[in-house]
Design a protein around this ligand. Structure first.
Ligand code: UD1
Ligand code: CA
Length: 453
């Protein structure tokens, strides 16, 4: 039966020392909370309810999407109080899975195991930790049955030595939820309504509390500080690199790649050190990415080489291209096959046809460039008149000499040649040499000035 999911995300996160609510701190380029929502969605629950509070509307604004219900908890009086706020928004009689907005790495298969089975039960995700400090401890009787969860602050010396901890993630029986929530009290050291007191309430109703362990202990790590955020980022990236290696990608160093989104690679893709992939990136068979490249929302064709220190954003790069080193390719760019974009060349919102080359120091913006075009060093499309952007059209087989400016809107006809240093302000006809250049003069006998004494 489908469960309800409630994600607790109202806490402040003082130790982050940040104006941004804790659950919106980014892990692998997405808010912590977005990772938890993704895990929740994978369970195909009846409803996902997010309890927010600290940071106000920033939290719903950042993750709002279909199928999410947001409930404000103000003030924040504890985890039990948070679930009380969600109760009116939950369909009746569905078991309810509680997740934490600041525990982002919990795996779907662990949650599937936790929610499996039927019947009235309270199931707690627990873990054995070498250092259980700060967590609620799982107290068991002689028959190994769970009798209570005791918060660190409320625990006796002996209880603090227990290494089995409450991850906070638990499944509660739908039919009992309202009754138990109504009975929670805040008689404890922190004057909070503890969700953990549900265990004692279950026992009173003769319902056993069962435990379930995560597949890996890192899944249950929470984020309370920037140190922990950095630690979880490394765990996430390590696992992402591991999956790429398993899929056959060659990584120069699995510890020096960052994937902040989805990266899909074909066969025999090689990625050198310190590359960052953001958003959705696809790399075709046999393509190579040099060191220190950043690729965002980009498709790279088969056998293409991206040389070191290139930044490519929102582009489609064809097969067999050579890009960089030090290339910048901006959104809306589409390169056909065998295009060469060299060092210090910027391309924006332009189509470039098969076999065309811009190998050195150029700006190609808002342009339609045909096939086999040669763009000389220092060529600039002047696409902006201070108010509007205009397009430049360069037809097939054009040769553009170095240091040429093309003042858009403008068209260069098929097979035209532009002489070096030309400032093109009118269309250049097909097949001809067009040149605008001051006449060269030499002054015989001219003397350099000398310094006055
Ligand atoms: C809680 C558990 C503890 C467990 C630990 C795991 C209780 C009483 N204790 O303690 O047993 O070992 O988590 O990390 O449940 N939140 C709200 N509203 C509130 C308070 C908290 O939404 O009023 C949210 C927080 O944003 C956070 C989660 O609940 O996502 C846990 O809150 P936190 O204050 O970190 O609980 P702990 O004291 O660490
Ligand atoms: Ca916590």
């Amino acid at each position: 039966m489908a469960v309800n999911v409630v994600i607790l995300a109202a806490g402040q996160g003082k130790r982050m020392h940040s104006a941004r609510p804790k659950v919106l701190q980014p892990l692998a380029g997405r808010p912590l909370l977005a990772h938890v929502i993704a895990a929740a969605r994978a369970l195909k629950p009846a409803r996902i309810c997010i309890v927010y509070g600290h940071g106000g509307e920033q939290v719903p604004d950042a993750v709002r999407a279909d199928g999410l219900v947001f409930v404000k908890q103000q003030p924040q009086l504890g985890t039990g109080h948070a679930l009380q706020q969600a109760l009116p928004h939950l369909g009746q009689h569905k078991d309810t899975l509680v997740l934490y907005g600041d525990v982002p790495l919990v795996a779907v298969h662990t949650l599937t195991a936790l929610t499996a089975g039927t019947g009235e039960r309270l199931k707690i995700l627990t873990a054995e930790l070498d250092n259980p400090h700060g967590y609620g401890r799982i107290v068991r009787n002689a028959k190994h049955g769970i009798t209570a969860i005791v918060e660190e602050k409320d625990a006796t010396e002996k209880q603090r030595r227990i290494r089995e901890i409450n991850t906070g993630i638990m499944l509660l029986p739908g039919k009992r939820l309202a009754g138990w929530l109504a009975k929670l009290s805040n008689r404890n050291v922190q004057d909070e309504y503890y969700l953990t007191d549900m265990v004692a309430l279950a026992l009173k109703d003769r319902i056993k509390a069962e435990s379930c362990a995560p597949h890996d202990n890192w899944e249950i790590l929470g984020v309370n500080s920037k140190q922990q955020l950095a630690q979880l980022e490394r765990i996430y990236q390590g696992r992402s690199a591991e999956r790429l290696l398993e899929a056959g990608v060659t990584l120069a160093d699995p510890a020096r790649i960052d994937v902040r989104g989805g990266l899909r690679c074909g066969y025999d893709v090689r990625i050198d050190v310190n590359c960052v992939f953001e958003g959705e990136v696809e790399i075709g068979d046999g393509a190579e990415i040099g060191a220190n490249c950043v690729l965002r929302n980009t498709k790279v064709g088969a056998m293409t080489r991206i040389e070191p220190f290139s930044m490519i954003d929102g582009a489609v790069i064809g097969k067999g291209c050579r890009i960089g080193p030090y290339a910048r390719i901006r959104p809306g760019t589409a390169l056909a096959e065998d295009v060469h974009i060299g060092n210090f060349v910027e391309v924006k919102a332009s189509q470039i046809g098969q076999g065309s080359k811009a190998n050195h120091l150029a700006y190609i913006g808002d342009s339609d460039v045909g096939r086999n075009v040669n763009v000389g060093a220092g060529t600039i499309t002047c696409n902006y008149d201070g108010a509007n952007k205009h397009r430049t059209v360069i037809e097939d087989d054009v040769f553009i000499g170095s240091d040429t400016q093309l003042v858009a809107p403008i068209r260069v006809g098929r097979g035209a040649t532009l002489g070096a240093g030309t400032t093109l302000t009118r269309d250049a006809p097909e097949g001809q040499l067009t040149i605008s250049r001051a006449k060269q003069v030499s002054i015989a006998g001219w003397q350099r000035p000398t310094k006055k004494k």
